[in-house]
Ligand binder design. Structure first.
Ligand SMILES: *Cc1c(COP(=O)(O)O)cnc(C)c1O
Length: 396
């Protein structure tokens, strides 16, 4: 079956009592057993069926099964947010005295997780240019527990060569982990591009129009000890397992992901080209543009489509504020891949708690606007963008 068919036709593990066509929402927290011996087998992990919904729930399991069918992964674990998935992932590979090799180009909270929270627990962050093999090789050592990257960094729109990084990771025997939130996992083969694990904020494309929070660890099974830690220690002890209502919404989101994504990516490309043609716009960050320095690499790794996140530069921070304030159709909001188009000034919002100095090191610029392109007609979006850009002190 092709992915668009699988997204809808992955069967439940068990026949529903009423043969309902859509997965029921099992809001039950506990499950009854017929006898003590079987109950013991379940609680000791010999039989995998739900006993308590913090660790297994039929609706969540079905969501995980659908993602497994779409990614061909060995295991999939669903969490209550992208950050819950990322923290569970990194805690399952790291320990005091080990180091994580990554980049300064990271989602704000992931950056703070690595440089603050994990640092306090004795895990060192070695942040380098992941596009530079020599630089990466120069910091990797026997205490490196993983290389962690973002497929398309936000908001820098940088793409690192996962095959090159995978080569280094394999040589040393540690996993290559990527946050692939920006391009849906249905568009590329994570295993083929060298990833051992993907982490995803399913709050974004998957949820289907910003309906609920969610996160995923997609595990290709190359590190059985880490797989075991995720399914046992992380899910059980950290308590970040997805809730059944959100899993249901995410299953619905998966069913329409293909059509929504195609439309959003096409519109994003059109908007990026439009922005590039405006004299007030000092630069556009979109990997789908041929002018983007990582365009060919991104295409070879993540496929023809380039996602729905577009960034662009205005002349200064005042122009950015004016632009944001002038919008009439695009919403002033964070989040990505809502059905509605969104605009934000990352420097003063998502990265607001990080010092100017640190933001400079992260290449988070005061002149950048980030757009998430939704499902509206692109003519309407262009009209709003044009009036907001012209009115933002740029044309004067
Ligand atoms: C949103 C986002 C996250 C965090 O996900 P939440 O679901 O908000 O916890 C992590 N990485 C990237 C790239 C994101 O865009």
């Amino acid at each position: 079956m092709k992915k668009s068919t699988k997204a809808i036709h992955t069967p439940y593990e068990r026949r529903d009592a009423w043969d309902s066509l859509q997965i029921p929402v099992y809001n039950s927290m506990a499950y009854e057993f017929d006898d003590a011996a079987y109950m013991s087998e379940v609680f000791s992990g010999k039989v995998i069926v739900p006993d308590y919904s913090r660790v297994l729930n039929p609706t969540v399991m079905h969501f995980e099964d659908r993602v497994k069918a779409l990614t061909d992964a060995k295991e999939v674990s669903a969490f209550n947010s992208g950050m819950a998935a990322i923290s569970a992932m990194l805690i399952s590979v790291a320990e005091a005295g080990k180091n994580i090799v990554s980049s300064r180009h990271m989602f704000g909270n992931t950056y703070l997780l690595v440089t603050r929270t994990l640092a306090r627990l004795g895990v060192e962050a070695r942040l380098v240019d992941l596009c530079n093999a020599e630089e990466v090789e120069s910091v990797v050592d026997e205490n490196t527990c993983c290389i962690f990257l973002e497929s398309v960094t936000n908001p820098q729109t940088e793409v690192a060569d996962t095959k090159m990084l995978s080569h280094i990771a394999k040589k040393w025997g540690f996993p290559l982990i990527a946050d692939t939130t920006i391009i849906p996992f249905t568009e590329f083969d994570g295993r083929a591009i060298g990833l051992d694990f993907q982490v995803v904020s399913s709050t974004k494309y998957i949820s289907g129009g910003a309906t609920c929070m969610g996160g995923l660890i997609i595990d290709y099974g190359n590190f059985p000890v880490i797989s075991e830690r995720i399914k046992k220690e992380m899910v059980f002890n950290l308590g970040g397992y997805l809730n059944p209502q959100a899993a249901y919404m995410q299953v619905l989101g998966l069913e329409t992901l293909g059509v929504r994504y195609k439309r959003q990516a096409e519109s994003a490309k059109e908007i990026a080209e439009f922005l590039e043609s405006l004299p007030e716009v000092k630069g556009v960050g979109y990997i789908g543009l041929e002018s983007h320095p990582d365009h060919n690499l991104a295409k070879s790794l993540y496929g023809e489509t380039a996602g729905a996140m577009v960034t662009f530069e205005l002349k200064d921070i005042e122009a950015c504020y004016d632009f944001i304030n002038s919008l009439k159709l695009l919403h002033r909001a964070t989040n990505l891949f809502d059905n509605r188009s969104l605009a934000i000034h990352p420097y003063s919002t998502i990265f607001a708690t990080i010092s100017d100095e640190e933001k400079r090191e992260m290449d988070v610029k005061p002149t950048t606007i980030r757009l998430s392109i939704g499902l509206e007609d692109t003519d309407d979006l262009k009209e709003d963008l044009l009036q907001a850009i012209k009115g933002s002190g740029n044309g004067k």
